[in-house]
Design a protein around this ligand. Sequence first.
Ligand SMILES: Nc1ncnc2c1ncn2[C@@H]1O[C@H](COP(=O)(O)OP(=O)(O)OP(=O)(O)O)[C@@H](O)[C@H]1O
Ligand SMILES: [Mg+2]
Length: 102
Amino acid sequence: MDAANASALGLILNEILTNAVKHAFTNGRSGHLSLVVQGSDDHGTIRICDDGPGMPSAAPGRSIGTSLITRLARQAHAEATWEDNAPGTCVTITFPQTGVGS
Ligand SMILES: Nc1ncnc2c1ncn2[C@@H]1O[C@H](COP(=O)(O)OP(=O)(O)OP(=O)(O)O)[C@@H](O)[C@H]1O
Ligand SMILES: [Mg+2]
């Protein structure tokens, strides 16, 4: 992806990883955090999964972090989706892949 969108992606990753540390591995709880990066001809995905307690089922109302992820993703022509990891949470970022120099 081009540099302008890459900086947005960096901020998105920072917020997702901060959320995992803050909400999945809270109070020194240990666990697993995985980050998988895949690319195809036209798009890339980054999938970050934790095995924490999962997102609260009753939506607590989005705080600044989640709103920031959604807004930055839109700005970078990317998409962020949340899924249950049973147990835990997976967040997948899908973004358009641009060729070098395009
Ligand atoms: N990986 C996760 N595991 C469990 N719960 C999560 C995870 N990520 C987010 N959450 C839940 O979603 C809520 C909203 O997340 P969000 O990042 O918007 O807010 P926050 O982290 O509480 O505050 P901040 O605005 O500082 O980011 C959190 O309060 C938490 O309950
Ligand atoms: Mg947060």
